[in-house]
Design a binder for this molecule. Structure first.
Ligand code: AMP
Ligand code: ZN
Length: 467
């Protein structure tokens, strides 16, 4: 398997720490609002990565966090906590807001066929985060002001390694941000722990700590959760590209400074979903949710297919026309899976090998830095062959569950009728072609008793289930 590693900016051969096992950590949602279909692109990427790893013969221990505290409206420690803001807007408690959006998030993942990772909620790891702050303070990486405890980035010489920027480049960026704490030593220092004072005096979520009541900074949760659940270093850390410069850079610094361990060997970053060439974001108001997509009559799996058509390291501009295309593609694959193409009548052109080859082609494409577009081309080519020369019912039946494991398109599920019935359909079609009318009629009647209706079309029989 080969993966692009943000650390080296190269596609590298993938090697795990322990043979055959992958420790994968991905940054999850902040649960203060609906997920946009931009966010969802990233979760489908995580899912594709974990499916590709499994297909490559690795076991995958995948942990994803849920941020329910400490994520401010600005990455530079300015602004409000997103959860507290969401709660005010909804007139609910922060905990109610978090629970509500976690439920919706789980529903979205299910509809998109995302295999659920182990979920770690930030507020369930407060103790672990406090332990980390303590270690960082003891080792001299942290300092305290009236408002917060900060990580002093000048104490960590490799700070910024992930972006390839040196400190002075970063400084220019950080200077343009609003500095809310004048006693911060360096503009890029980031909060490990906020005190429930000043703008945060009314904070609903707060915990006692050795330094005073407050709540953790956003970046800390990922470092602490990784340390507790998977153990650092991990094999792969993933997220969307917007996390590289601050969130992931800070996660790396914290873990390495506290525990002396590299955080992750590989960093996988997904590009954004755009609208009108701009990032789809809640803050920009240019977003759609999965509900919006479904209300317009699209299948959630058409959205999954749209994501898979693009390479994860390329931006993808969302349009309804593109989604139409993906839906049409999905429908075509479903027609194939439903055996709505003509059965194989002994033509040798869809040689058995084509079915086996396609599985290898999909696996190889995924193993090549998740080339999902190429995997779909291979699948589509086999569907074309099947339409032209007939479907090998048995081979297709055996293939589809394996394709589903790799791509999560639920094609096998579409085969809602049992294999013996499919074989009867094929047998009846052969009788019809041979003009053996009594046999064809008898088989049609038998199928009818099983609830299957047949329509003969120029392209072969199309079946439907009697409701
Ligand atoms: P948030 O809920 O804003 O913290 O974002 C959750 C995840 O979605 C993070 O990994 C973000 O980097 C990612 N994300 C945000 N916007 C987009 C987008 N337009 N396309 C892809 N991923 C995104
Ligand atoms: Zn994170």
């Amino acid at each position: 398997m080969k993966l692009h590693n943000t650390l080296s900016r190269k596609v590298e051969p993938f090697k795990t720490i322990k043979a055959g096992q992958t420790k994968l950590y991905t940054c999850g949602p902040t649960v203060y609002d609906d997920q946009t279909i931009g966010n969802l692109r990233t979760y489908v990427l995580y899912d594709t990565l974990s499916r590709a790893l499994r297909a490559g013969g690795y076991t995958v221990d995948h942990v994803m966090n849920i941020t329910d505290v400490g994520h401010l409206t600005s990455d530079a420690d300015a602004g409000e906590d997103k959860l507290e803001k969401g709660a005010k807007r909804a007139g609910k408690t922060v905990w109610e807001v978090a629970d509500h959006y976690i439920t919706l998030f789980n529903g979205d993942l299910k509809k998109l066929n995302v295999i659920k990772p182990r979920i770690a909620r930030a507020t369930d790891f407060i103790d672990a985060q406090i332990v980390m702050v303590k270690i960082l303070m003891d080792k001299g990486f942290g300092y305290q002001t009236e408002q917060a405890i900060y990580f002093d980035i000048t104490k960590f010489p490799t700070y910024g390694e992930l972006t390839g920027q040196n400190l002075s480049d970063k400084e220019v960026g950080a200077r343009s941000e609003v500095i809310t704490d004048k006693t911060k030593r360096n503009p890029q220092d980031f909060a490990l722990w906020f005190f429930a004072v000043g703008r945060f005096a009314g904070h609903e979520m707060k915990w006692p700590s050795p330094w005073g009541e407050g709540f953790p900074g956003w970046h800390l949760e990922c470092s602490a959760i990784i340390h507790e659940t998977l153990g650092d270093p991990i094999d792969i850390h993933a997220g969307a590209v917007d996390l590289i410069g601050t969130h992931h850079t800070n996660e790396m610094a914290q873990t390495e400074a506290a525990y002396g361990n590299k955080l992750a060997n590989y960093w996988v970053h997904g590009e954004h979903l755009l609208v009108d060439e701009k990032r789809m974001a809640k803050s920009l108001g240019n977003f759609y949710t999965l509900q919006d997509v479904m209300k317009k009559g699209y299948d959630p799996l058409a959205l999954r297919l749209l994501y898979l058509q693009a390479h994860y390291r390329h931006q993808l501009n969302f349009t309804w026309e593109a989604l139409d295309g993906a839906q049409a593609f999905l429908n075509r694959l479903r027609d194939w899976a439903d055996l709505r193409f003509q059965p194989n009548l002994g033509h040798k052109k869809t040689a058995a090998a084509a079915y086996e080859e396609v599985l290898d082609k999909i696996k190889q494409s995924l193993a090549n830095d998740l080339n999902t577009g190429q995997a779909l081309v291979a699948l589509s080519e086999l569907a074309n062959l099947s339409e032209q020369y007939g479907v090998d019912v048995n081979k297709l039946g055996a293939l589809l569950p394996k394709v589903d494991e790799l791509l999560g398109l639920d094609l096998a599920k579409r085969q809602a009728i049992d294999q013996p019935l499919k074989e009867l359909i094929e047998e009846r079609e052969q009788a019809r072609r041979a003009k053996d009318w009594p046999k064809a009629d008898e088989l049609r009647a038998r199928l009818g008793r099983e609830g299957i209706e047949l329509d003969d079309t120029p392209h072969g029989p199309v079946w439907s289930k009697k409701s």
